[in-house]
Design a protein around this ligand. Structure first.
Ligand SMILES: Cc1cc2nc3c(=O)[nH]c(=O)nc-3n(C[C@H](O)[C@H](O)[C@H](O)COP(=O)(O)OP(=O)(O)OC[C@H]3O[C@@H](n4cnc5c(N)ncnc54)[C@H](O)[C@@H]3O)c2cc1C
Length: 482
């Protein structure tokens, strides 16, 4: 590649190969293509963004008590960028956080971190008014005492939740007041629709002239030839690229192994369950009950979708988590090895009786706090998969990309919202190694093509994808405020 040696002149146009069309690879592809860089995105599956579930935006990391304040601030900033890029993929409804009586936590201890996040959000709005995508900063969070909630429980359910109090009414009417400590927290943590993210990525990459997407194409071999890469696919195609981005999700280690690169990481298999609550009334926020991960009291999460569909997580070994579901790399390989029973679930299917048992356990877990939820029934197949966590800290939630040499990057995101930071860091690196002119750093990508998509085209493709993937179409529809 002569351009590395000719830093004073304009670098020659480069061709970037991205392996893996999950949210990381797709976001990086559309970011680069929006900057007029030639990209080939290679995905072994039939469509983009079809990996493990993505249901929460994590705008402040409030679903995790155990993570550092710095990770929360990073997730807040990254989530704001994500809402601006994927503007039709958010389910705009707040999250209610409660601490069960059985838990050793104290709600007052949550307040300093919430205050810090609120002031960070206010500062981001001061820097750029377009950052105000989570409502006004003063409404970032609110506290609800027992007496305030008791009053709200007597109010009629509004047709549409317009105020913070409106969102609390269904919770107040259904909560077992003896099961939680007070105050409860309401925070502007929104939902994300994986189907609308997928639809956005598909529609935008189709429109971007510089972006070639190869689906049903698995990379099986990689050779370094001078300063370029020759990728070989299962179908015996050859693809030459100047720069390679490994965005293979929980299989990132397989590509590292092909290149004989050492890297420490973990992989975790997890699942969330789809339920239908016929008797549900009112417009629901997300509701989470904190708990100690991996114990029978693990956190319970209720995520609302359209028309009475709810997704449940229960951070216990017999609901969301699995015995031996978290594995690490060994000295011989950068790819952690999940037991075959997990790979069978990912590549084929779950046994129906196992799905039924775990879904019912998730309903019982939630009914400890919302007794009327016990009438909910299984509403579809679980959302599940394996995700990678770089390094050896299983609590890491904000991670982006790492580099090896001058022409290889790997995306190692834990949360979808970190993908844009990953893309920006790759552009910086391409400038640093002389493959792109530094003038590109002045062009914040305007995301001209992605921004031109409208809500109805995104939602209508998202509904088609939900059908194709055998999920209720209500998971693809917009909930909350549009
Ligand atoms: C139960 C559960 C709930 C979750 N909830 C959330 C949430 O609410 N919010 C959130 O932000 N995150 C959530 N996550 C995490 C999130 O799903 C992942 O971190 C995210 O999907 C990772 O995206 P990715 O693009 O890195 O990987 P993936 O989505 O796994 O994409 C990698 C892609 O690479 C492809 N690939 C692999 N090998 C090859 C090859 N050799 N050739 C071609 N293609 C290849 C795969 O087919 C795949 O499509 C959750 C995870 C789980 C398991």
């Amino acid at each position: 590649m002569s351009n590395i040696n000719s830093l004073s002149s304009q670098p020659e146009p480069i061709h970037i190969g991205i392996i893996g069309g999950g949210i990381a690879g797709s976001t990086i592809a559309l970011h680069l293509a929006e900057l007029n860089i030639k990209v080939t995105l290679i995905e072994k599956g039939p469509s983009l963004v079809n990996g493990p579930p993505i249901c929460h935006l994590h705008a402040g990391g409030n679903l995790y008590r155990e993570i550092s304040e710095q990770q929360c601030i990073t997730l807040l900033r990254q989530s704001i960028d994500t809402l601006k890029l994927y503007k039709h993929s958010a389910n705009i409804r707040p999250t209610v956080v409660a601490i069960p009586k059985s838990d050793k936590g104290n709600p007052d201890n949550l307040i300093p971190r919430l205050e810090k996040l609120k002031s960070e959000y206010a500062q981001l709005i001061t820097q750029d008014a377009s950052n105000q995508v989570l409502g006004p900063a003063e409404d970032y969070f609110a506290l609800y005492t027992k007496s305030k909630l008791a009053k709200l429980a007597k109010k009629a359910l509004p047709k549409e939740a317009k105020t913070l109090d409106d969102w609390m009414i269904p919770v107040a009417k259904n909560l077992d007041f003896d099961a939680t400590k007070f105050p409860l927290v309401l925070v502007q943590e929104y939902g994300l629709s994986a189907f609308r993210l997928a639809a956005t990525a598909i529609l935008a990459t189709e429109k971007l002239k510089n972006c070639q997407v190869l689906t049903n194409t698995k990379v099986t071999n990689i050779k370094a030839i001078e300063n370029r890469w020759l990728l070989k696919t299962e179908n015996n195609e050859s693809i030459n690229v100047d720069y390679l981005i490994n965005a293979c999700g929980f299989k990132t280690g397989e590509i590292d192994d092909m290149l004989i690169l050492k890297r420490k990481r973990m992989v975790e298999f997890k699942a969330a369950y789809i339920t239908h609550w016929q008797q549900c009334e009112g417009q629901w926020p997300e509701v989470i009950f904190y708990g100690e991960r991996g114990t029978p009291q693990g956190m319970a999460q209720l995520t609302p979708y359209a028309n009475g569909y709810f997704q449940l997580h229960g951070m216990t070994q017999d609901i969301t988590l699995f015995k031996n579901g978290l594995v690490s790399t060994t000295n011989n390989s950068a790819q952690p090895q999940l037991e075959q029973r997990f790979i069978n679930k990912i590549d084929h299917a779950w046994q129906a009786d196992n799905v039924y048992t775990r879904t019912n356990k998730s309903i019982s877990h939630m009914s400890q706090f919302l007794p009327s939820f016990s009438s909910a029934k299984m509403g579809g197949s679980p959302l599940f998969g394996a995700q990678q966590i770089p390094g050896d800290d299983a609590d890491l939630r904000a991670a982006d990309v790492t580099f090896s040499g001058n022409n290889y990057a790997r995306a190692e995101i834990v949360k979808a919202s970190s993908a844009i930071d990953g893309a920006n860091l790759i552009v910086n690196k391409l400038v640093e190694v002389g493959l792109l002119n530094s003038s590109i750093l002045q062009q914040a990508p305007p995301y001209e093509i992605t921004s031109s998509l409208n809500q109805s085209e995104v939602t209508s493709l998202a509904i088609k994808l939900a059908k194709q993937r055998n999920y209720p179409i209500d998971l693809a529809k917009v909930v909350g405020q549009s």
